[in-house]
Design a protein around this ligand. Structure first.
Ligand SMILES: *Cc1c(COP(=O)(O)O)cnc(C)c1O
Length: 400
């Protein structure tokens, strides 16, 4: 008799070199958590570290902690922790503010970096909404015009009037992975800058910011980087652009000598030009602590497991789910797949509510997309099999 999917899952879990990492997270065995692409799970050691931060660093050392506990330099220090995960050398990433705010910094500063006569900003037409809203306002402020473009068509759309393109590396809805190297090269060939949003790729797959010559990038840390709800985002400014990077939010934290408290602004050198005001230390230090789970992890191994997990989940869905009840909208081709599987399903809201009730936590993107995010550091093959099996049960007997 051939192997069942449950047996195959057990075999794949036994051979999984990342399986031991699951124990580093606060997860229960009753739940299959497939929403780490919205809010990553809590690394189990973070509460004790936060208790120390609050009790000792804030409660006892108080103001001294800005120096003695390393609070002041946390934004660039944590940036350097994220750097290897996204393929950046140290000194190019600063952590702080939300992704939305960093999109604003990147688009305005990118528009200012672009040469004269470049009055168009290409924006991913399928973008997560906030990027589009912010880019539109940034364009109005800088006298540019937003041109929505399908990320697959950027090579053709970029020309002598293009200042920059703002593109999502992985589509939040479909899980489609965009061609970062090819798109970046096409933009450069047109004399334009490439600005990438890494929210759905950082921590799930190799990004290669330096290797592919990306100009500016932003991303959040509460998805695959598990930094906690609303944990601060980051901004990457390639070293070659730092001297000319002109932030639209030049707060005192990005001043060359912040404590001189001078009326005139003089930008600091390097990545910390991307800082604005006083960092949100509690969230930031929770993120820093959460990043400990990456010690010794190779992002290539994470990617290999992510593809194996999503392949296996799709295989189980095909085998278990009654024909035609769901349609995968995530590409089959590995080169076009992020770390989630999105399934179109006519009664998606009721189906997802029922799934969550049965301990399979994914999420819904209206009107009809069921999203299942696979975080390779804590999701296993048995989870994928169980999720597909329960999905099939729910679809056979729809709720309500
Ligand atoms: C999650 C996500 C955001 C979130 O932005 P916030 O400012 O943190 O709310 C932005 N862009 C993309 C592509 C995302 O996936």
């Amino acid at each position: 008799m051939s192997e069942t999917y449950e047996e195959k899952a057990a075999r794949l879990d036994a051979a999984d070199g990342l399986a031991a990492y699951r124990a580093k997270f606060a997860l229960d065995e009753e739940t299959v958590y497939l929403d780490g692409n919205s809010l990553g799970a809590l690394p189990a050691h973070v509460p004790a570290r936060m208790a120390e931060v609050i009790t000792r660093e804030w409660g006892e050392l108080r103001i001294r902690s800005w120096d003695e506990s390393g609070w002041w330099t946390a934004p660039e220090r944590i940036g350097d922790r994220i750097a290897p995960i996204v393929g950046a050398a140290a000194g190019q990433i600063v952590v702080g503010d939300s992704t939305s705010v960093n999109v604003f910094k990147a688009v305005v500063a990118g528009a200012r970096l672009a040469g004269e006569g470049r009055d168009e900003i290409l924006v991913d037409a399928t973008t997560f909404p906030t990027d589009g809203y912010i880019a539109e306002s940034a364009a109005r402020l800088t006298g540019h015009r937003v041109v929505p473009v399908d990320p697959e068509d950027i090579a053709g759309a970029a020309g002598s009037r293009t200042a920059l393109a703002l593109v999502n590396h992985v589509d939040y809805r479909t899980g489609r992975l965009r061609d970062l190297p090819g798109t970046t090269a096409a933009l450069h060939a047109a004399g334009a800058l490439a600005v990438w949003d890494l929210c759905h790729s950082a921590g799930a797959l190799p990004v290669g910011l330096d290797a592919h010559g990306v100009d500016l990038a932003v991303g959040c840390t509460y998805k695959y980087l598990n930094g906690g709800p609303g944990s601060p985002a980051y901004l990457y400014v390639a070293e070659r652009h730092q001297a000319a990077f002109d932030s639209p939010l030049p707060g005192w934290n990005s001043h060359a000598d912040p404590f001189a408290m001078t009326p005139g602004y003089r930008a600091a050198e390097g990545a910390l030009r991307g800082r604005v005001g006083t960092p949100d230390i509690l969230s930031m230090l929770a993120l820093e602590s959460a990043l400990d789970v990456w010690d010794g992890v190779r992002i290539e191994d994470v990617r290999a497991k992510s593809l194996a997990l999503t392949d296996f989940f799709l295989e189980c869905v095909r085998a278990y789910v009654p024909g035609g009840r769901v349609t995968p909208v995530t590409p089959e081709a590995h080169a076009e797949r992020g770390s989630q599987v999105a399934l179109a399903c006519p009664d998606a809201p009721a189906v997802m509510a029922e799934l969550i009730g049965r301990g399979v936590v994914g999420d819904l993107r209206r009107p009809d997309v069921l999203r299942f995010g696979f975080t390779p550091l804590y999701v296993g093959f048995a989870d994928a099999e169980r999720a597909a099996r329960i999905l099939a049960e729910v679809l056979e007997k729809p709720a309500g």
